[in-house]
Write a protein that binds this ligand. Structure first.
Ligand SMILES: *Cc1c(COP(=O)(O)O)cnc(C)c1O
Length: 427
């Protein structure tokens, strides 16, 4: 890449593990060196070398409005001048909680935290306390943050590094985590037949985003709802990506299935660090100080972060928002497919709403096993073909691309033209 990015990367490597604060940013899965970002506006990233890129990472889905949305920027500025943290309750936290509850009828009480990882980790603790059971069921290729008990077959970042799970996670920490194939209800039924009385909860990405975008098989969520209900286990929807993205009320609204507990993150912070977990009142009443499950945070409900989140969620309430996202994303999907076909590239495009993955595979991708059949070498060349043409696609085959409200039909056309040229280079 550019000279200045390269210099910053060298300098970063002297102080940060491989120069980054989150692994996938280092481009390990695609080779080469990361670009260093100077600033961003709308759907465009500008690197320190003066290059610009149409951005499909959008902070891994957090920026559904695009970068530096004026409402969010104004809210952050205003909040910051009033003090950046108090460690005491504020009206803003209450209002954000109310907006979340209005979008998710299954959430009666909610706790704000600082990241998606904190949200899922805490939701599991609550589920175990509420049920008095030990086991958690998760699915291969679903990522729920980096808490110990959830780092078993956890998709993207981990898949990219080729680690079965993480060093430093004791066997003892994941012995109560059962991992099953995504979209496979028969496997869930079998697990519950065997150990149903020990299972505290099933946690699932209701549309997978962390093995690339993998849609649901019809009936999967309904089946999970039924089986968990029959066995007294809780159903946790990890809507850290899908919440406010595939519908305001996430997968629960889109597919009409209600979770017992829901985890949120990304979009609800408007690009600042906010996560949340919430759900049925009787379950959430276990959380301290109402109940015996301890969970706390110095910066939880931070006034600046909450102001950004509120501004983002309010902007999303404008009429036509989700129709516009759907139209742009459908344009991207169908044009990418047409371009791939015309150049003879063997790809499958998976899309739900504004989450999309182009898999270099001639077979359908319905779970982690089929995702892993994709040709990551071809993907890496495609990625660099796009990057060289001013398109910042997620730097791993196993990540979803995100369309934002700041993208324009012209951005999509530019992207598809670049993809066409990149496909041709693969022949
Ligand atoms: C990003 C993500 C998380 C973790 O959120 P962080 O804020 O990165 O800790 C959890 N679950 C899902 C589905 C995610 O996509």
């Amino acid at each position: 890449m550019g000279k200045k990015s390269s210099e910053w990367f060298r300098r970063a490597q002297a102080s940060l593990p491989d120069g980054v604060n989150s692994p996938v940013r280092a481009f390990k899965a695609v080779g080469g060196e990361p670009i260093f970002i100077d600033y961003a506006q709308g759907a465009t990233l500008y690197d320190v070398d003066g290059n610009s890129y149409v951005d499909y990472v959008c902070s891994w889905g957090a920026l559904i409005l695009g970068h530096a949305h004026p409402d969010v920027v104004a809210a952050v500025k205003q909040a910051a001048t009033r003090g950046t943290s108090y460690g005491a309750p504020t009206p803003g936290e209450v209002e954000l909680a109310e907006l979340i509850k209005a979008a998710f009828p299954s959430i009666e009480l909610v706790r704000l935290v600082n990241s998606g990882t904190e949200a899922t980790m805490s939701a599991l603790r609550v589920a175990r306390a509420f049920t008095g059971r030990k086991l958690i069921v998760k699915f291969d290729g679903c990522y729920h943050g980096h808490a110990d008990s959830l780092l078993a077959r956890a998709g993207s970042g981990v898949a990219t590094l080729g680690l079965p799970d993480s060093a430093g996670v004791l066997e003892e920490f994941i012995q109560f985590t059962l991992t099953l194939p995504y979209n496979d209800l028969a496997a869930v039924e079998a697990a519950f037949r065997q150990r149903g009385r020990e299972i505290a909860a099933v946690i699932v990405e209701p549309v997978a985003g962390n093995m690339g975008c993998v849609p649901l098989q019809p009936g999967f969520l309904e089946g999970l709802r039924k089986i968990t209900g029959q066995h007294g286990a809780l159903l946790i929807f990890d809507e850290v990506i899908t919440g406010f993205r595939i519908a305001p009320g996430g997968a629960q609204e889109r597919y009409g299935v209600r979770a017992d507990l829901t985890t949120l993150g990304k979009i609800i912070g408007g690009g600042l660090p906010v996560g949340a977990y919430g759900g049925r009142r009787d379950i959430m009443e276990k959380v301290a100080p109402l109940g015996p499950v301890y969970q706390a945070g110095t910066l939880s409900g931070n006034p600046v972060a909450v102001a950004a989140g509120m501004a983002a969620l309010k902007a999303l309430q404008q009429p036509g928002t989700y129709d516009k996202l759907e139209a742009l994303s459908a344009q991207l999907e169908s044009s990418l497919r047409a371009t791939a076909d015309s150049t003879g590239a063997a790809v499958h495009v998976n899309r739900i709403g504004s989450m999309l993955t182009l898999f270099f595979s001639d077979a359908l991708v319905t779970d982690f096993a089929s995702a892993k059949r994709a040709d990551t070498v071809r993907f890496a060349r495609f990625f660099h073909g796009l990057l060289a043409r001013g398109i910042y696609w997620p730097p791993s085959q196993f990540e979803a691309a995100f369309v934002s409200l700041a993208h324009t039909p012209a951005d999509i056309e530019k992207t598809v033209a670049a993809a066409g040229a990149a496909f041709k280079e693969l022949r």
